[in-house]
Design a protein around this ligand. Structure first.
Ligand SMILES: Cc1cc2nc3c(=O)[nH]c(=O)nc-3n(C[C@H](O)[C@H](O)[C@H](O)COP(=O)(O)OP(=O)(O)OC[C@H]3O[C@@H](n4cnc5c(N)ncnc54)[C@H](O)[C@@H]3O)c2cc1C
Length: 452
């Protein structure tokens, strides 16, 4: 049996074949000059570092966290605690008035970034969602241009007949088979009986909901099975996570002498020449917590910031790029007035609802399997299905100019958006997707609930 690329270990491979260097030793980068410095070894950073080094460019990738691949909470898809204890920044959360809330925001804090702790769900956005990115001022960011990359990156491992019989569905034309990211269904599947009950129950709650075969097929279905970024390791008999690191760093065919990954080092700021061209970055050992030496590395071509949604803006701000009031409060000399830095965050809010199981199933021990993977059926319900007869008044209220204007104003007052016009544009795009397009709200069957 041919194993997927994810199973190779860098330690063994790099030593044997002179592959990518992954180290904690700042000496590999201090005072050096490379072509590209990439900041943050998460999904974006690893993908870019792999592509650029694959073209022969000398790339240094700096990651604030450690290599987490040794930890089964990262590598074993079934060991994933939620929320993650290891490899999690747990960013603090504040309300609009600046009061610290009793909750934190999860974000991956090791090589692989958030793909080392995420839920591993793999399905595509809709054409409408992707095309909206272009209308917000991002030329070329549309479905026709991006869909080929979605396929190119995926290595779908088709379900076996047993998995299909237990609820796994794949529409072959919407998947890729030769990419780096392994996607598949768990072996064995999660509690097929509970999934069937969920499927049977859906039409009773949402009358028009269609049940389809594969949620990556975004032309019609709104409830279907979905693949995970996992693969089954027959040696250990476990389902393994395929993080961005597994796909683009540890894999045998990704080894590059032109790529060095410096872990456990935090980039503090970007350096610039007199024409404001980025020349490199300053970085320091993460474990020294600000007390150790600060090092410099230079970039001949570019500095690429990919430290995640919440950590990228502070690097720009520390470098003097951002909103005047934020920089002056932190006594940072402003180099570029860019008030949008740190604004316009659209988070993926979540709330949960649960349904009571009928009495006849309550003592059925086969309805819990003590495993920590999602059930394979996910439904995306529309505003019509959620609100039924009151859907049109909800839609009207969401899209009403008065509501839009007051919400945009509130965002600007809270410092979350720069201009009312800009905030209205972003809100409008989201509302249009909710009102016009189906499949906006995500429901799933959490058959994962452990019996204890
Ligand atoms: C709990 C959770 C569940 C999720 N579930 C899913 C899911 O099921 N399916 C799905 O498709 N997506 C999911 N996501 C989202 C997905 O994982 C992220 O969208 C994606 O990883 C973001 O990629 P990124 O490169 O922008 O950031 P990240 O992958 O977070 O990478 C950023 C990296 O930068 C590093 N860094 C930060 N500051 C610095 C610094 N100053 N210097 C150097 N390095 C730094 C971080 O340590 C991190 O490794 C989930 C995310 C989370 C947190």
């Amino acid at each position: 049996m041919r194993l997927p690329p994810c199973h190779f270990s860098i330690a063994a491979f790099a030593a044997a074949a002179g592959g990518t260097i992954v180290t904690d030793n700042a000496a590999v980068a201090a005072n050096e000059t490379v072509d590209f410095v990439v900041v943050g070894a998460g999904l974006a950073g690893l993908t870019l570092a792999s592509k650029l080094s694959g073209q022969g460019h000398a790339v240094l990738l700096i990651e604030a966290g450690p290599d987490g691949s040794w930890n089964s909470a990262v590598s074993d898809a079934e060991d994933r605690p939620y929320p993650a204890v290891f490899c999690n920044w747990n960013y603090p959360l504040y309300d609009d008035a600046g009061k610290k809330l009793n909750s934190t925001i999860d974000a991956g804090a090791c090589i692989g970034g958030s793909t080392s702790i995420n839920g591993m769900v793999w399905y595509r956005p809709t054409r409408a969602e992707i095309d909206k990115l272009e209308t917000l001022g991002n030329p070329g960011w549309n479905w026709d241009n991006l869909e080929p990359y979605m396929k190119a990156i995926e290595r779908n491992i088709l379900p076996t007949d047993v998995q299909v019989a237990q609820g796994a569905g794949v529409d072959p034309e919407v998947h890729g088979y030769h990419g780096q990211v392994n996607t598949s269904f768990p072996t064995p599947m999660r509690i097929p009986k509970a999934v069937q009950i969920y499927k049977d129950g859906l039409p009773l709650v949402f009358s028009a909901l269609e049940i389809g075969n594969d949620l990556s097929n975004r032309t019609s279905v709104v409830s279907a099975s979905t693949s995970w970024t996992i693969w089954y390791d027959p040696v250990t008999g476990r389902n393994r996570r395929c993080s961005a690191a597994d796909a683009f760093l540890w894999a045998q065919d990704q080894q590059r002498e032109s790529l060095t990954v410096l872990a456990n080092h935090t980039v503090t700021k970007v350096t610039f020449d007199k024409d404001l061209k980025a020349t490199g970055v300053l970085f320091a050992g993460s474990l020294a917590k600000g007390k150790g030496p600060v090092y410099t590395v230079k970039a001949r071509k570019s500095v690429i910031l990919a430290a995640g949604t919440l950590a990228t803006s502070p690097i720009l701000e520390r470098s003097g790029i951002g909103k005047a009031s934020v920089l002056s409060a932190a006594r940072i000399k402003q180099l570029v007035d860019l008030p949008g830095v740190g604004a316009n965050l659209n988070d993926q809010a979540g709330s949960s609802t649960s349904a009571l199981m009928s009495k006849k199933h309550q003592n059925d021990t086969s309805m819990a399997d003590g495993r920590n993977l999602f059930g394979p059926e996910i439904s995306l319900v529309s505003i019509n299905e959620l609100w039924a007869t009151s859907a049109s008044s909800v839609a009207e209220s969401l899209a009403s100019p008065a509501n839009l204007a007051s919400r945009a104003e509130a965002l600007v007052n809270a410092g979350a958006a720069v201009t009312i016009a800009g905030a209205e544009k972003v809100l409008n795009a989201t509302i249009q997707l909710i009102v016009d397009s189906r499949r906006k709200f995500h429901l799933s069957v959490y058959t994962s609930t452990k019996s204890n």
